[in-house]
Ligand binder design. Sequence first.
Ligand SMILES: Cc1ncc(COP(=O)(O)O)c(C=O)c1O
Length: 385
Amino acid sequence: MTAKPTLRPRRPFFSSGPCAKRPGWTPSALDDALVGRSHRCAPAKARIQEVSDRSRAILGIPADWRLGLVPASDTGAVEMILWSVLGARGVDLLAWESFGSGWVTDVAKQLRLDDHRVLEADYGELPDLGRVDFARDVVFTWNGTTSGVRVPDGDWIASDREGLTVCDATSAVFAMELAWDKLDVVTWSWQKVLGGEAAHGMLALSPRAVERLESYTPPWPLPKIFRLTKGGRLLESVFEGSTINTPSMLCVEDALDALRWAESVGGLAGLVRRSEANLEAVDRWVASSEWADFLARVPETRSCTSMCLRVTDPWAQGRDAADVAVAVKQGVKRLETEGVAFDIGSYRDAPPGLRLWGGATVESSDLDALLPWLDWAWAEAKGGS
Ligand SMILES: Cc1ncc(COP(=O)(O)O)c(C=O)c1O
């Protein structure tokens, strides 16, 4: 029997999106939101611009990049750029989990670009990065949120590339160092490491990406919500606080609150440290676990944000994967009922297991408190199966 732990996480929020709000957050953080005002009035535009300015400073985004707020969360930011720049040359698509596969579907089935190559890997692995051809455009996720596998760095990306590198960094940015000099388009949403709200996306463009936008017109129609140029020129206003359509000023205020908090914990270095400490906590537990291991096989690729675990228990070896999945679900439900962890089941397309969010807003003391509960819940679930 595994004894039921007594210590509980203070905040049982380990969801991979929307993720835990910053420590100490209450709705009063939004008291000064510019609600009831036009988002095009000067103070509102200034607040939207402040989100970009603070993000740029924290992340160290090069001064010659554009950074703007766009509709439809990270998905909106990625899709508007895929629709706007692809087709000018061939494209290599990297996919090793659900979100990367989603971008493959966009390119292969929706845009129907013939000249695309898919470099794939199973859950837990990375594709062979040495096979990427940087004469082509390249689309990839920095951190595969549903497998917990990240690229270890940007060393594999050519400095003298001819194509553009489009990086979905939504579950990496603010918790991992990105190689900005190797990237041309970077996207994210506030709802991940910042613990902000969803539905708003951030789009960062290098000068080379802007050059593509201004020199290439795709052959397909672009809805208004995707349009970043007019008459062959970049819509600079989108990157100066004038959004394409109406944002929520409540969400903008919340993003500002999150960014101020990020500054208060030491900016990017502090955020990375907090997230890496969370990975270390789980790593210590995994090292002595008799039933769980990281889904990510190679240690250098293990995510410090979406930490995905698979079941290695000898009990599971001879059993049907579906039975193991049922046991995992029971364990997850128990933890929810106990109020010690919410939303930690693996993503619907991923192998059965757990996914613990360890982004910067999660306290490692809460993860430390949670880990013994995982042993308890698994023992209970196994016993009941
Ligand atoms: C890697 C990745 N891409 C895209 C998305 C979609 O993000 P959103 O729902 O903010 O559009 C997610 C969400 O978890 C993600 O993890």
